[in-house]
Design a protein around this ligand. Structure first.
Ligand code: HEC
Length: 314
């Protein structure tokens, strides 16, 4: 284990990242060990982030900025592995986030840090669980019915109302993960920043599909966190729960996996595959998350069309 003085490593890392971003990425191992990461997390991080990564911990109540929930796929996938690596090494101040997270560069070496990244990824559904081949991805937040011209907005709300009858305004803000292949294979997917120059490099033809993290309303109104992926034709490739309890998750997943292969672009879905009462509740719940995902993807594609129109790639 290399011992480097407290200041030298963050400064060296910052310089390396600023001058040689690609070289710095490739010199790092990307596959950490979850078991070792679990131990390291409990020793170094649980005091603030909670034993389970939820951020709910007695000590954490004293922090002005509360640690976020590391089990939330929508939030954690909005950081790529390199970003998480950096925040652990440099702390919030060095990595540019808000909060009293200290740097760990003098106590955790490179391998320890990758073990922690691996552990953090095991707490939520990573985008690679849906499309292992992803090289680059984009995260965008939209409010359905609030974008584009009047017809576009009205069309979104009409389709939702037609299928869902009542639309909860709390459902309208959604996060879209758009996934791409690229010519340069990467050891771990890269989150592309929102700069126009970077966005223009993402070719529509290299898009693999979309991933969403939503709440499915199960039997007796139970809120079940799920991950949903669509291919570029808006067909469901995967619908799984993000619940940690393997027993409960297994039971839900048996029902949810039946919706893979359903839905397609331009069709209003009818997920009526069940005869029993419980099954019908799942049919409705799956239809609801599907509709929300499709409309969020429509918002993304509207923006993508406008972007690629301008540079002639559409
Ligand atoms: C003194 C309390 C404290 C400790 C100890 C701590 N953190 Fe944090 N951490 C925070 C706070 C506060 C934030 C900022 C709020 C947020 O984004 O979650 C944060 C943010 C993060 C983030 C998200 C950064 C971002 O981009 O928004 C990650 C990942 C993280 N911590 C991982 C760790 C890991 C791994 C450890 C152990 C090596 C650790 N933290 C130790 C308090 C702490």
């Amino acid at each position: 284990m290399l011992k480097i003085c407290k200041l030298a490593l963050p400064v060296a890392l910052l310089v390396a990242l600023a001058v040689f971003p690609a070289a710095a990425d490739e010199s790092l191992p990307f596959i950490g060990d979850v078991t070792s990461g679990t131990k390291l997390y409990r020793m170094n991080c649980a005091v603030c982030h909670g034993f389970d990564g939820s951020g709910v911990d007695p000590t954490a109540f004293m922090l002005k900025i509360k640690p976020a929930d590391h089990r939330d796929g929508s939030l954690m996938n909005a950081r790529d592995n390199q970003m998480i690596y950096r925040v652990i090494q440099l702390g919030c101040k060095g990595a540019g986030c808000k909060g009293a997270m200290p740097p760990f560069s003098d106590s955790l070496d490179k391998l320890d840090t990758w073990d922690l990244v691996a552990y953090l990824r095991s707490l939520h559904l990573p985008i690679t669980a849906f499309f292992p081949e992803v090289d680059q991805y984009l995260v965008k937040r939209y409010t359905i019915g609030k974008m584009g011209n009047r017809d576009f907005k009205a069309g979104q709300m009409e389709r939702l109302r037609e299928v869902l009858t009542n639309v909860d305004p709390a459902d309208l803000p959604q996060t879209v993960f758009a996934l791409f292949r690229s010519h340069r294979r990467r050891p771990s997917p890269e989150l592309v920043s929102q700069e126009p120059r970077r966005l223009a490099q993402l070719q529509k033809g290299n898009k693999i599909g979309y991933v969403f993290f939503l709440t499915l309303i199960g039997p007796r109104g139970k809120k079940i966190p799920v991950g949903l992926s669509l291919d570029t034709n808006y067909t469901i490739t995967k619908l799984v729960t993000a619940m940690a309890d393997p027993g409960v998750a297994g039971e839900y997943n048996l029902r949810l996996e039946k919706y893979a292969g359903m839905g397609k672009r331009g069709d209003l879905p009818e997920f009526a595959i069940s005869r029993d009462k419980l099954g019908k509740i799942f049919d409705q719940a799956a239809t609801r998350v599907y509709m929300l995902a499709v409309e969020a993807a429509n918002s993304y594609e509207l923006e993508e069309r406008e972007r690629s129109w301008a540079d002639g790639t559409f």
